[in-house]
Design a protein around this ligand. Sequence first.
Ligand code: P61
Length: 473
Amino acid sequence: MRAIAEPYRIKMVEPIAMTTREQREAAIRAAGYNTFLLRSDDVYIDLLTDSGTSAMSDRQWSAMMLGDEAYAGARSFDHLVEAVREHYGFPYVCPTHQGRGAEHLISKILITPGQHVPGNMYFTTTRVHQELAGGTFHDVIIDEAHDPASQHPFKGNVDLAKFQALIDEVGADQIAYINVAVTVNMAGGQPVSMANLRAVRELCDRHGIIMWSDATRLAENAWFIKEREDGYAGRPVTEIAKEMLSHFDGITMSGKKDCLVNIGGFLAMRDEHILTKARELVVVYEGMPTYGGLAGRDLDAMAVGLREALDDDYLAHRIGQVRYLGERLRDAGVPIVQPIGGHAVFIDAAAFLDHLPQDELPAQALAAEIYLDSGVRTMERGIVSAGRDADGRHRHPKLELVRLTIPRRVYTNSHMDVVAESVIRVFERRKEIRGLGFVYEPPTLRFFTSRFEPLPTGSAAGEDRPEPALAHA
Ligand code: P61
């Protein structure tokens, strides 16, 4: 196979600082062992998220200079609408400050309290907004998605039998809509196949159910369809993406991912009534319907980035870079979620730290340990992220993961080498790693701001182990 180099050259650089082990020890202690609470200045390679961390192109920066900052009716809005119509195929757009702004609006619009919302695995902000609107989330993803070792090529697929069972149980009129994420973040950046989207559409049509999408990483999903699904190999991603989106009634979008911008999001849809309701709400929560909490320049940057993210050469490198890191880890025996996903490599922390029970927060502990080793910042995606159920008990997700998230167009494969070496080093001395306990826990989205402390030495599973000190508000 031929090497794939970055399909861009570097015109501006941002120096990053190296830190000493001593500095990192002080920094992680001050952050309560939560990588979200580290200062960016204390981080060497930042793989916390691919959200809002993309490098923009020269074309995006020049579009920003032409942004129209009129309070109402700005032409920057028209540019976004044109791009969405051309590439996503939706006639109507309502901008929001970021993805969760769009999730907030659509949850309020489509959910009547008491209704149910199936989806292909939960996402933190998505589920919170569904619950705040009075809905109940149901996971209808295929079982393979919960198994880190399963090699299923489309682990994001909806399990049609689970979806049908929910319809039979609660009745189609009690289902507000189905939310299909492309790709599925919490499953490891796993894609949904075109065949599955077609089948879900059929089921929705049969029962009169709205089919919505969290299209945050739609370009990456389209790339996987091109690579893995029969009949799509020779086709441009622009075509595949448009076909994917043709199955949906509308989408919520976090532009911070596959629109290659640092801030922004939107709702896009076919139904004028939903647009009218979105406009009524957006003026309350975000801003005028033509800017939705963004500056005109942000809308212009998003319109350009939306197109760039659908470029085949860009995606070949993007997905290739994530795979490069994943394969280095896998070849060294580090347990990771397979197949390697679109935006991140996910370490199976339960297998990596198999001496720690889930209640000792293995993924949180591993993220802290990787930071200590090299200054590489990663993110917990396990029991801490899953939060508590309605009865106040910890949810115990099947996946206990650490996410190494690759920002778009930011790092080179030399950075990936440094990351791989660090994780492998930590893996070699994994038995020394201790668990963590909560010392502060907020009531919602706790992973962002919780604080932890190391559990005492010798508190390994099976021994006399103190309960983590919980301070649930
Ligand atoms: C991330 F730790 N993702 O992956 P907003 N849908 C999907 C997302 O991935 C997503 C949003 C909606 C982030 C940022 C983040 O628990 C966390 O523009 C599939 O961030 O509002 C965001 O879009 C929301 C990190 C969000 C988290 C929630 O890093």
